[in-house]
Design a protein around this ligand. Structure first.
Ligand SMILES: [Zn+2]
Length: 258
């Protein structure tokens, strides 16, 4: 059975939004981070408490390591790292004894090597094209902060060597315990006044201010009504793609209700 927890990825427009956020001083690094965004800016204000290695340097050079994001991620020391389920998963035992398992497909999708995650910040791995049978054949630490991984599967061109930050893994750990904890941290404040924020379709689609307003409402309140959306087939897709590329799932890409 496929075990994969998709996450909302905001990989587009983050730079612009960050600039807007700084102007407005409203969206914080953390609120964007809650959306699953790895912010693409290295302010270099604090020296990271990490061991420098070649692949860590590569991640940092491309702007995917940000102190503000990762300083909140605790216990990222790895006590034990092993392949389980014949390489279908890797198991990480962290310094606080928490145990995480990450599926080979999930890891492949989140590979942070320069081919998969280039400077442009666009994730080039299409999850729908990852071999179902992909396995991790090797997982080893590089220094204290990077795990080097090798994948192999049945299909052609499946072999890949890449790497992922341990802090990223701990941050996005999808174990039951981590998900439970995350749910309590992400309590939305909708219940306080029961007001659903609203934005106009034209504002969301045509200007960055509208998009910013929409994302802020979604991040802070958990829901937001987009009004005056034309009842034309394909419009929902366009709206969703203002946030990020649509993640292919077994349920289809989008569902439309007339
Ligand atoms: Zn890669």
């Amino acid at each position: 059975m496929l075990r994969y927890t998709p996450k909302v990825c905001i990989v587009t427009r983050v730079r612009k939004l960050l600039a807007l956020a700084q102007d407005h001083n409203k969206i914080t690094t953390r609120s964007l981070q809650r959306w699953g965004a790895v912010l693409l800016k290295d302010k270099g204000t604090r020296a990271p408490s990490v061991q420098q290695t070649a692949n860590f340097d590569s991640i940092k050079r491309r702007g995917f390591y940000i102190d503000e994001v990762y300083q909140h991620v605790k216990h990222t020391g790895v006590r034990d790292l092993s392949l389980v389920d014949d390489g279908k998963n890797i198991q990480v035992t962290w310094e606080d004894q928490h145990i995480s398992r990450f599926h080979a497909m999930w890891l492949r999708h989140n590979c942070q090597c320069e081919t998969c995650l280039p400077q442009t910040s666009t994730v080039l791995v299409d999850f729908s094209k990852i071999d179902d049978d992909i396995r991790v054949t090797s997982a080893r630490m590089e220094g204290e902060d990077v795990i080097n991984l090798t994948w192999t599967g049945q299909a052609r061109d499946t072999h890949h060597e890449g790497f992922i930050l341990t802090k990223f893994l701990r941050h996005y750990c999808y174990s039951e315990a981590a998900e439970r904890k995350r749910r309590t941290e992400r309590a939305m404040n909708f219940d306080n006044d029961r007001v659903i924020p609203e934005v106009e379709f034209d504002d969301v689609m045509k200007n960055e201010e509208g998009l910013y307003k929409w994302l802020t409402a979604l991040s802070d309140r958990g829901l937001c009504l987009v009004k005056s959306v034309p009842t034309v087939r394909g419009t929902i897709r366009q709206v969703a793609e203002r946030i990020a590329p649509i993640q292919h799932t077994i349920y289809g890409d989008v569902s439309t209700k007339q």
